[in-house]
Design a protein around this ligand. Structure first.
Ligand SMILES: [Zn+2]
Ligand SMILES: [Zn+2]
Ligand SMILES: [Zn+2]
Ligand SMILES: [Zn+2]
Ligand SMILES: [Zn+2]
Length: 579
């Protein structure tokens, strides 16, 4: 039976579905006391993606890039030290104290055991990358893998030469693109695949050489959905001057043009009995999934791929029967694990790799039957584990993820500040940490207004300049761009990219560009709505709609809020229009 509960955190009501109860029973956890949003916020309050700091390795003293800011009180090791045998994580072992809560003890413990500076492995020449692996020559990327020469992006996989992109897979030469697959040489393009040479396009499949288009299949030389000859298309393309102002105004025109065409109630294709956004074929019984693909029977997950029978996952890959996980991959039968890979039957642990049967552990590699980094025999472990679970059930901790209060990151360094932004006063009022950054007093040498309009007029000396970010021009922009760096410099590889593709220099710093790019996605919330197709809006080439001239009766959960301008269709009506 569906149950309505009040969230202990935000006091809003939330629903627990009948299927959810079966899962909680299977995992031996009580039903949640936080609503799905507050659970998401709690997980990402434990995650810092983008805030990099220079600090020295506590073991070898070398300077390194780290996600732990200078106020972090515990030891932080560089990659080579942390992965070496120069230290023993078991030397931090301690007994469980039944006179205290679990989280009280873990709070102290997690600041005592050395952490690795960045979650980043097997990468070459990619110092400023986090939650990433197997990359080469990448700079300022997060959650990126098997990629080369990528900059300023997140969720890229198997991609090359992509700049300022979100979620591009098996793509090459992409700029300011979101959610693209198997594309080559696309600019300012979204939700497109198997295409090349697209500019300002949306939802185009198997297309090439198109500009400003939306919802096309297998087309070439189209200009705002108008078919041109190859010659006419090329003529128009050469007439674009690619100044900063031009790019801004084309972008605006494309956004307005796209609005005239219906869009499907979710991004993705053929997700079966699923709700969410950025879903894919291969998804079955996924609910409240945001960027969840190739997953089954999984609910309340964000940026989670290949999950089976899981709930409450954030930034995960290949999980089975897992609950409340953050940055954890290739695991099974785990509860409340953070930044841990290849673990099974493990609970409430952080930064562990290739372990099984561990509880309350930190920074272990290839260990088993450990509690608070103390080694036990299998029998001892199982006995003590049951006692701790009983203790945590009494304290109300069992089944809850690490509270934001014991996060290793101040709230404003965590990813929670991106999805659930709070002011300093609000953060303090909630008993969370806030980090006062050093005042930014970059001496701007080139105000962005003075940037040359065309890239051809830019000389190499620009690499020496400190350019002001245009978000600083207005008070409203300043207030909404909380992470603005106020000024920025260009990376040589970045300049080379702009020159090669005739693109003007951006007028905003990277954190502002990232924020604006991610804001182009829908919010990670769902509304119940009806298909807006009324049988009269079909385009001339549309196939017959199943509902004829009547209004389509289909209803769905969508991340398009009811007051938005987009025309939102069910999958069937949408496919009648574009497929
Ligand atoms: Zn809540
Ligand atoms: Zn070191
Ligand atoms: Zn900025
Ligand atoms: Zn419909
Ligand atoms: Zn219809």
């Amino acid at each position: 039976m569906t149950e309505i509960k009040q969230c202990q955190n935000c006091k809003q009501e939330f629903i627990i579905e009948p299927d959810d109860f079966a899962f909680y029973e299977k995992m031996n956890v009580p039903p949640p006391t936080f609503c799905p949003d507050c659970r998401y916020q709690r997980r990402i309050a434990n995650r810092n993606e983008w805030n990099f700091y220079k600090r020295d390795c506590t073991l070898c003293g070398n300077s390194m890039v780290s996600i732990y800011n200078p106020s972090y009180p515990g030891p932080v090791y560089c990659q080579p030290c942390w992965w070496s045998d120069k230290w023993d994580p078991l030397s931090y072992g301690q007994d469980f104290d039944f006179s205290k809560t679990f989280f009280e003890q873990f709070f102290e413990f997690r600041f005592k055991v050395p952490r690795v500076a960045l979650a980043n492995s097997k990468s070459i020449n990619s110092e400023y990358t986090n939650q990433s692996e197997n990359n080469k020559n990448c700079y300022m990327v997060v959650a990126v893998g098997e990629s080369e020469d990528c900059m300023y992006g997140n969720w890229n996989r198997l991609s090359k030469n992509c700049m300022d992109c979100w979620s591009v897979m098996e793509c090459e030469i992409m700029y300011e693109c979101l959610n693209c697959r198997y594309d080559y040489k696309c600019f300012f393009t979204e939700d497109s695949r198997n295409s090349r040479d697209l500019y300002f396009c949306r939802d185009c499949m198997g297309c090439n050489d198109c500009f400003g288009c939306v919802g096309l299949r297998g087309k070439s030389y189209c200009w705002f959905n108008e078919q041109l000859t190859k010659e006419e298309y090329q003529k128009r393309l050469t007439e674009i001057s690619w100044t900063h102002e031009d790019i801004q105004s084309i972008r605006k025109r494309a956004d307005e043009f796209w609005l005239k065409y219906p869009r499907k109630y979710y991004q993705g294709r053929n997700a079966i009995n699923s709700t969410g956004e950025n879903l894919g074929s291969g998804d079955k019984n996924v609910h409240y999934g945001f960027n969840v693909r190739l997953s089954e029977n999984t609910s309340y997950a964000q940026d989670a791929w290949e999950a089976r029978d899981c709930m409450d996952l954030t930034e995960t890959l290949d999980n089975e029967l897992d609950y409340e996980m953050e940055g954890a991959g290739w695991g099974a039968n785990c509860i409340s694990m953070a930044k841990s890979w290849y673990n099974r039957n493990s609970y409430y642990s952080e930064l562990n790799f290739n372990c099984h049967d561990i509880f309350g552990c930190m920074s272990l590699r290839s260990k088993s039957y450990c509690i608070f980094n103390k080694q036990y025999t299998e029998d001892e472990y199982k006995n003590l584990k049951e006692k701790i679970i009983a203790h945590m059930k009494k304290t109300g901790e069992w089944g809850q993820f690490f509270p934001a209060k014991i996060s290793p990151f101040p709230y404003n360094d965590s990813l929670a500040q991106d999805y659930f932004p709070l002011t300093k006063d609000e953060v303090i009022a909630r008993g969370l940490k806030w980090y006062d950054r050093d005042v930014r007093d970059y001496k701007v040498t080139l105000p962005h207004e003075k940037l040359p309009a065309k890239i051809n007029d830019v000389t190499d000396s620009i690499l020496q300049e400190i350019i002001s970010c245009s978000s600083q021009d207005s008070e409203t922009d300043k207030a909404s761009h909380l992470r603005c760096a106020t000024a920025f410099r260009l990376h040589p590889a970045e300049l080379q990219f702009y020159r090669r593709f005739n693109l003007s220099i951006p007028h905003k710093c990277f954190p502002c560009r990232l924020q604006e790019r991610l804001a182009r996605r829908n919010p990670r919330k769902l509304w119940h709505r009806q298909c807006m197709c009324d049988g009269s809006t079909s385009s001339p080439q549309a196939k017959n709609h199943f509902h004829g001239a009547d209004k389509c009766p289909n209803e769905f959960e969508t991340s398009y809020a009811p007051d938005r301008k987009e025309i939102v269709y069910c999958e069937s009506c949408y496919n009648s229009e574009v497929a």
